[in-house]
Design a protein. Structure first.
Ligand code: GLN
Ligand code: ZN
Length: 756
């Protein structure tokens, strides 16, 4: 008989209980006992939910107080020396310090594959061998088993753990680390086995990346060793993409089960069925763990039947494509969603039912679940034919996009002249990235407006006050190009999504982004169209308050796409172009209203990069095109800015150049302008504002410090092309920090102007 499982379940709790309790614990408002008790409750609920849904086994170890990579680092004592130095003796304090800093710096954080989840980067030293120091994984398995659940401990595999970490000792390779980690894995597996576990899930998502032969070989040797050390059945999980040239290796590893992501890599099923050795079971990742759409269950059953006819049902497991932690917890509480749209969706809780349904179709025959399959087909048909989804006028416009629409009238050199004479700015102009601190007062009023306690007009009045204040502050500071401060925006994607057609918003559709931080991405379900101008009135109001140029502020198409749940019924590129056209219309309306400087933020451009080299180029091409579509319609004299955060640009600088924005601002204060190198090497021609003020910290940088950074930038960028600005928006800071910091920024720029 085929079995049904999930690879992991959201650990945030149905109402973000984990966030609330951990933040309260950090603030000293909840005790450790309360924290541990709440975590235990969430785990128990999740296990019960999965068992009651009909899963044959539940994952244990998918829970984490912060991050699963951190959990393993902490358990195996992959703890950099700096933590010992500050004398962290308490395990939990150590754990949270590694996560968030405190007595010493936190571990670095970076994105987990191409998701919006962030993990903490383990730092390996020159230790000859690792061993288990903290037994949380075992404790949690025992907790599940003690409550009568058939649990399968889940851990990150050694190759993924090592390759995603950083080796601090020169000469030690990540593959050497894999070997040094194995004694710890052996210990862990043996402990699970003696505690009564029958299975262990080892996650090796790096198998969906480009690996070389040595890396594949290291994995093979690791699993040879681990399989000999234990009688546990090893469930090897891969996800986030097809295995490609790693498939053959994966199929021949000494494991009991190989899990394949068939949502992202359906094409690998045939090869896997043909190549699976006699004793291997395949786990079919048929239900998408990363999106919010109902599955096509008939199609999933067809794939599962194909596997069963080749392998027999005993060698088939029905599963989610990856952990369900990347989708929101439960759809059933969403009472405000348009019921028509809601009928097309499935969150983690609903996905469990889908998994079980496919299993039943296999084990009991389709007839046993015919009514459910029919209902599912009806939902899909309704979605496909819904006028909410397709807007022929939009499709027509996207299809009519020509090369010319992606090109500015003249090249940058000609534009620069026109812009400089139109704007009359000093050398090294000062500006900010867009947002200013949002006052508690404004947040209160926004909440009241959403509850209907104040009218939209009253709310607008409060926003006007904020804008007027932001403009006044910037004038007093002597900034050259002003911003209105984004007071009307709760979030840079949500704000535009709410004004565009084709978007839906949930009340509680949270997913973990990092630690206690959750995001609630909009759902793009249909063709995107701008109904009316979105920012023009606010811009006009702010410009009316100053004779200095005020930037128009827009979020770029790639960022809107990337930070939403996107349609699975058309290529991402098409959706991105639709958004690009909507932003283009806004750009042109701003220009027509008299706006001379328009910033289109693309902080998420890099995040969208596919995992495999072979796919990167195509993505970058359409992503750049979508940005150009949104920006290229304006006159030469209109200055287009873009903004990006995160410092890992090096590999995409040519694409950033191809965006052809007149000015780019980006994060660089912390890296001491390091990334300018990449721009210089690629002969970047346009203007640049490398951030000189690290806005992630409450620290107020001195004028001297910022001057030094600007001088460093001037070594490689002529002063006609350099801007002075912070790293990013200022909305997370307080006015008391922002004012002195910007005062210093302005005087740094002025001092340089006077002397160079
Ligand atoms: N304009 C946005 C702001 O200042 C940009 C934010 C971002 O880069 N994430 O808040
Ligand atoms: Zn930013």
């Amino acid at each position: 008989m085929a079995k049904a499982i999930s690879l992991g379940f959201p650990r945030i709790g149905p109402n973000r209980e984990l966030k609330k309790i951990t933040e309260s614990y950090w603030a000293g408002k909840s005790s450790r006992e309360e924290l541990l008790a709440e975590a235990q409750k969430i785990r128990q609920q999740n296990w019960s939910l999965q068992k009651d849904a009909g899963l044959d086994q539940v994952p244990s170890g998918d829970f984490s107080f912060y991050d699963q990579m951190l959990d393993l680092a902490w358990a195996l004592d992959v703890v950099p020396e700096r933590y010992q130095k500050v004398g962290l003796t308490d395990d939990l304090d150590l754990y949270f310090t590694m996560a968030r800093g405190g007595a010493t710096q936190a571990l670095e954080m970076t994105k987990w594959f191409d998701t919006n989840y962030h993990y903490l980067v383990p730092e390996f030293d020159d230790r000859p061998a690792y061993s288990v120091k903290r037994w949380a994984h075992l404790d949690i398995y025992q907790e599940a088993a003690g409550q009568g659940f058939n649990a399968r401990p889940v851990i990150i595999g050694p190759l993924t753990f090592a390759l995603l970490g950083k080796v601090r000792t020169e000469g030690v390779t990540p593959l050497a680390i894999v070997e040094r980690l194995l004694p710890a894995y052996e210990e862990l597996l043996k402990a699970f086995e003696s505690a009564g576990a029958e299975w262990v899930q080892i996650d090796e998502p790096v198998l969906a990346l480009d690996l070389d032969a040595a890396q594949r070989d290291a994995l093979k040797q690791a699993l040879d060793r681990l399989s000999k050390a234990t009688n546990l059945k090893i469930f090897l999980a891969t996800y986030f993409g097809p295995l490609g040239e790693n498939l053959e290796t994966a199929l021949n590893l000494p494991v009991s089960v190989l899990h394949l992501d068939l949502v992202r890599g359906e094409e690998q099923l045939d090869a896997a069925l043909a190549g699976a050795p006699e004793e291997l079971t395949l786990s079919l990742g048929l239900i998408d763990g990363r999106n919010i759409w109902k599955a096509d269950l008939n199609h999933a059953v067809t794939l599962a039947e194909k596997a069963v006819s080749k392998l027999s049902s005993d060698r088939v497991i029905i599963a989610s494509s990856c952990s369900l932690m990347h989708s929101p917890v439960d759809l059933s509480g969403e009472t405000k969603l348009n019921p028509e749209v809601k009928d097309w969706l499935a969150f983690a809780r609903q996905k469990l039912d889908e998994i079980v349904l496919v299993k039943r179709a296999i084990n009991e025959g389709r007839a046993a679940v015919q009514s459910e399959l029919t209902a599912n087909q009806e939902s899909l048909n309704k979605r496909k034919n819904s006028p909410l989804v397709s807007n022929p006028a939009v499709r027509k416009r996207v299809n009519a996009v020509r090369e010319d629409d992606l090109r500015r009238q003249s090249d940058y050199v000609a534009r620069q002249q026109e812009q400089h004479s139109a704007l009359g700015l000093p050398a090294i102009p000062t500006t900010t990235i867009g947002s200013f601190p949002q006052t508690p007062e404004l947040r209160v009023q926004r909440a009241r407006m959403r509850k209907g306690e104040i009218t939209a007009q009253e709310y607008d009045g409060y926003i006007r006050q904020e804008i007027a204040n932001a403009i006044k502050q910037q004038e007093d500071l002597g900034i050259d190009v002003l911003v209105h401060g984004e007071a009307e925006r709760n979030d840079m994607v949500e704000y535009f999504g709410e004004l565009l057609s084709g978007f839906a918003f949930t009340s509680n559709g949270w997913v973990q982004s990092y630690g206690s931080r959750c995001v609630k991405p909009p759902i793009i379900y249909g063709d995107v169209e701008r109904r009316a101008p979105m920012t023009v009135d606010w811009w006009k109001y702010s410009q009316s308050l100053s004779s200095k140029p005020v930037k128009g502020m827009l979020t770029g198409p790639v960022t809107i796409l990337q930070w939403s749940f996107v349609r699975n019924d058309q290529p991402r590129r098409d959706t991105c172009f639709e958004i690009g056209l909507a932003i283009r219309d806004e750009t042109l309306d701003l220009e027509a209203a008299g706006c001379k400087v328009i910033q289109i933020d693309e902080p998420a451009l890099r995040e969208g990069l596919p995992l495999r080299k072979a796919d990167k180029e195509e993505y970058l091409r359409w992503a750049v095109d979508a940005f150009r579509l949104s920006s290229a319609g304006v006159q030469n004299a209109t200055q287009i800015h873009t903004h990006m955060c995160y410092a890992e640009f090096n590999e995409i600088v040519p694409s950033i150049a191809a965006m052809d924005a007149d000015v780019i601002s980006m994060e660089s204060a912390r890296s001491q302008m390091e990334l300018l190198e990449a721009f210089i090497q690629n002969q970047y021609q346009n203007e640049i504002g490398p951030g000189v003020y690290d806005i992630h910290s409450p620290r107020i940088p001195s004028a001297e410090e910022m001057k030094a950074l600007l001088l460093k930038a001037l070594e490689v960028i002529p002063k006609e092309r350099l801007w002075a600005n912070p790293d990013c928006g200022l909305k997370t800071r307080r006015w008391e920090e922002v004012k002195p910091a910007l005062t210093n920024l302005v005087s740094a720029a002025q001092a340089i102007r006077a002397t160079t």
